[in-house]
Design a protein around this ligand. Structure first.
Ligand SMILES: [Ca+2]
Length: 361
């Protein structure tokens, strides 16, 4: 059958159901056209009936086959940590929508939220959660990708209605990004976690007659951890080597390691609230007194150079000059170190005359 003739009949069939038929596979349209022509030309009643039956079956099969499959995209972010304390925008997930049996139109998506974070109060009230169509480069960029819709935070589900219909052409896939606008209040010393998923087939608002299925990997994002990190004080701020050292603040996700003046002091101990870390000893920082950088490395954020610097002071008790001044440190560990040095010195002084007598005797 010539293409022109087929096209003409396609249009005729499509007329009553314009929206649906335009999306059907070309092969199905052609088949329908042929059955339709047979209906028109068949002289025998039984042949006409048979043609009508096959026409109906073909239409039914095509309509039933339209489907969109939702899966986690290979571009979806891995689990990660981010420093809160100021408002920020972060992509939470990328989902791949794949159409089969014809193009599929999608009007919106409902996301089920997860994690310990507060999706109601930690997100911007108007643009808390947005869905964007990726431009095909596999990374989120608000200047290149297309915003499909936004809404404020909510829980336990957030529905984003698209401002214009997203069409996924037959036998193709598109990625959509789920992007969160976090407020400065998001996060905590023990990190808050945020996660989104498409929990069921009813959560994709697809135009009939297409259906939805959940693919593999399941459309569940990894967790984003938001931590409020700061160091309120270092203790002591100034001292000599062999003094115990600790830090106070927030967000010390273990393991926490530390360096002073570029010398690695190893891993310390963190309290349950992640607000206090200790167990380090000031190293010998050389002959020159002065300020040295303190770098704290947490499991979530990596190395951070503190605004507070440590002042190495060799004139303090037990310092390089051996000065036994009257500094009664409030740091028990520093005092202990000095006390041990004093005991050792006294013991040596006490033992020296006796050893000398024995040698002479
Ligand atoms: Ca992109």
């Amino acid at each position: 059958m010539p293409d022109d003739a087929t096209t003409a009949i396609d249009v005729k069939i499509a007329a009553p159901k314009k929206d649906v038929d335009r999306t059907l596979p070309r092969e199905d349209l052609k088949l329908m056209a042929e059955w339709h022509m047979l209906v028109n030309v068949a002289s025998a009643r039984w042949l006409r009936g048979l043609a009508i039956l096959f026409l109906v079956l073909t239409v039914g099969r095509s309509l039933a086959a339209q489907q969109v499959t939702v899966a986690l995209s290979t571009n979806s972010p891995a689990a990660s940590g981010i420093q809160g304390g100021t408002a920020f925008t972060q992509e939470l997930a990328a989902f791949t929508l794949s159409a089969s049996g014809g193009a599929v139109q999608i009007n919106g998506i409902t996301l089920t939220v997860g994690g310990t974070g507060d999706f109601v109060n930690d997100l911007d009230p108007s643009t808390g959660l947005s869905v964007w169509q990726d431009d095909g480069d596999g990374s989120f960029n608000s200047a290149l990708d297309t915003n499909l819709g936004s809404t404020g935070g909510a829980s336990p589900t957030i529905t984003v209605n698209f401002t214009s219909t997203l069409t996924v052409p037959d036998a193709t896939s598109v990625d959509v990004w789920v992007v969160a606008d976090f407020l400065a209040s998001a996060g905590a010393s023990i990190p808050d976690t945020y996660q989104v998923s498409v929990a069921g087939i009813g959560d994709v608002n697809v135009q009939a007659p297409a259906t939805v299925s959940l693919g593999t990997p399941a459309p569940d994002s990894a967790q984003l951890s938001v931590v409020i990190f700061f160091v309120s004080s270092i203790d002591p701020a100034s001292s000599y080597h062999n003094t115990f050292f600790r830090i106070y603040g927030s967000g010390f996700t273990p393991p926490v390691s530390l360096s002073i003046g570029g010398i690695d002091l190893g891993t310390g101990t963190v309290n349950g609230a992640n607000t206090f870390a200790s167990g380090w000893v000031i190293p010998d920082l050389g002959p020159n007194d002065g300020y040295h950088d303190v770098v704290v490395t947490t499991s979530l954020l990596g190395p951070i150079t503190l605004t507070q610097q440590f002042y190495y002071d060799s004139t303090k008790p037990g310092g390089r000059t051996g000065n036994n001044g009257s500094d009664c440190s409030t740091h028990e560990s520093g005092t202990s170190a000095s006390f041990l040095v004093l005991l050792a010195t006294l013991a040596a002084l006490f033992a020296a005359p006796r050893i000398a007598r024995r040698v002479r005797g």
